[in-house]
Design a protein around this ligand. Structure first.
Ligand code: AHR
Length: 500
């Protein structure tokens, strides 16, 4: 099939906010314990941080990481995770039916963020707790000193304030599974009051209100409308969550999720701007897609909870295959193409729990298939997203009425002269002949990289024993001629073409 992609340097969607390449570490299963933190592991440093996981995290390149939950945060007492480790209480984690030792907490996570050069995104507990604990925790973290809580931080060995900027006001408060879930009115009021108190402690912070936990929640749309009615003036972001599923085991249907993500972004923008209109406000609420990924295989009751209150059990350990990586790549393209409103996002999660990185306790760490599109996007997407005009044949699916075979975006970095094309060929049997016209970006461009992620088996996976089954390869069938790129894209492939 033939497709065409045209961009013009003057037709810009927006600067890309690199916070859209975020990830997520929750106290859940083996995300923290035997994931990022495993004292005694052969690669662990003196703080217990696994060196192999830090190295893979740097290669993956997330810019911001959400912590400590997720559902976990709605029952979490921040005080349990600070101070001398020996004095920290062991608690029941009701969200994941696990035992939480609290050996890893706030200051450990901040240390880990520094070591991996990652910005923290912090969620406060608006389930069992409320505005007062949120403002206390913020004072502990961000106030320079001279008050009981900031001096408590100093007594824990952290002299300088953490200066955490990005705060989520709770997690999935619309979900009946959430500890102390709320109606939209209840949550909107609490979000408003919490934001008020937190901004009084530190006016420099940015705040995200919880949106719907899935686009198919019964209150989707109405929830955001009501919540923002209460806290429009107090927050900078509304969150979106989505987990893509391939329950019908059909790759073409599965690709419809990518289009659905685009629809959800546009719907929530419309709702937020509708609230702005009612309030006669020029303010625009931005979107934080702070949980997204493929997740449907490791979702049985045994994947969500194990009997006997185990510590760091194997939960949500989704094994990703080729088609999952293509969907993750497509989702990244969609978010980049919506860079004017999506200003933060978190691939949920980072390690072991629905993660691009897997580990064995005491053993190796390796990259799942979804690692690659994410790592390539964080590595190559810098600068401005250009508005793509796409000509492509499409197909009809139950999941979406019209799915173009080509899904693509172009990011241009004026500071280096680098222009990168990310393209997914959603045709499963035909090679795509793609013509890209990079108008106004210089007539003598050269090709720096042409990379493709493809495997003839959509169910192929990377495992501990065969970690390199699905890996990117060079694509020799890409030519640059003046401002035109001619590329042959394999059926069912994710592609990155970098030119200067
Ligand atoms: O990421 C796993 C879980 O999915 C999170 O804890 C929750 O917020 C969502 O439902």
């Amino acid at each position: 099939i033939s497709t065409r992609l045209v961009v013009d340097r003057d037709f810009v969607v927006s600067d890309l906010d690199r916070r859209i390449f975020g990830s997520f570490v929750e106290h859940l299963g083996r995300a923290v314990y035997t994931g990022i933190y495993e004292p005694g592991h052969p690669t662990a440093d003196e703080r217990g941080f696994r060196g192999d996981v830090m190295e893979l995290t740097r290669e993956l390149g997330p810019t911001i990481v959400r912590y400590p939950g997720g559902n976990f945060v709605s029952g979490y007492n921040w005080e349990d995770g600070v101070g001398p480790a020996a004095d920290r209480p062991v608690r029941l984690d009701l969200a994941w039916a696990s035992t939480e030792t609290n050996q890893f907490g706030t200051n450990e996570f901040m240390e880990w963020c520094k070591a991996t050069d990652i910005e923290p995104m912090w969620a406060v507990n608006l389930g069992t707790r409320g505005p007062d604990e949120a403002r206390e925790f913020l004072e502990y973290c961000n106030h320079p000193g001279g008050t009981a809580l900031s001096d408590l931080r100093k007594s824990h060995g952290v002299e300088a304030p953490h200066d955490i900027k990005f705060w989520c006001l709770g997690n999935e408060m619309d979900g009946p599974w959430q500890i102390c879930s709320k109606t939209a009115d209840e949550y909107g009021r609490i979000a408003h009051e919490t934001a008020k108190l937190m901004r009084l402690v530190d006016p420099t912070i940015q705040l995200a209100a919880c949106g719907s936990s899935q686009h198919n929640m019964p209150t989707y749309g109405k929830w955001e409308d009501t919540v923002l009615e209460h806290c429009f003036d107090d927050v900078d972001f509304i969150s979106l969550h989505t987990y893509f599923e391939n329950r019908g085991d059909s790759t073409p249907e599965f690709f419809g999720c990518i289009e659905q993500m685009d629809v959800s972004i546009k719907e929530i923008v419309a709702v937020a701007d509708g609230v702005a209109a009612r309030k006669h406000s020029t303010k625009r609420i931005m979107l934080s897609f702070d949980e997204w990924n493929v997740w449907y295989k490791a979702r049985s009751i045994n994947d969500l909870r194990k009997p006997g209150w185990p510590q760091a059990p194997r939960l949500l350990e989704e094994i990703y295959n080729t088609e999952d990586a293509l969907v993750v790549g497509g989702a990244l393209i969609v978010m980049m193409n919506n860079a004017d409103r999506v200003k933060a996002a978190c691939l949920a999660q980072l390690v072991n729990v629905i993660g691009p990185i897997m580990t064995e306790p005491g053993g190796p760490a390796w990259r799942q298939t979804i690692f690659y599109p994410f790592a390539q996007a964080t590595r190559f997407a810098h600068g401005k997203v250009l508005r793509p005009v796409i000509e492509s044949p499409s197909y009809e699916a139950k999941s979406h009425p019209e799915i173009p075979y080509l899904c693509a975006c172009v990011v241009d970095d004026e500071s280096t002269g680098t222009t990168t094309v990310f393209a997914l060929n959603r045709h499963l049997t035909e090679t795509m002949q793609l013509r890209v016209e990079l108008r106004g970006l210089g007539t003598s461009r050269t090709l720096d990289h042409a990379l493709a992620l493809h495997h003839s088996n959509m169910k192929a996976t990377n495992t501990k024993d065969a970690p390199n089954t699905v890996v990117p390869e060079n694509n020799p069938h890409v030519q640059v001629d003046g401002e035109t790129i001619l590329a042959e894209l394999k059926p069912g492939s994710w592609n990155v073409i970098v030119t200067t």
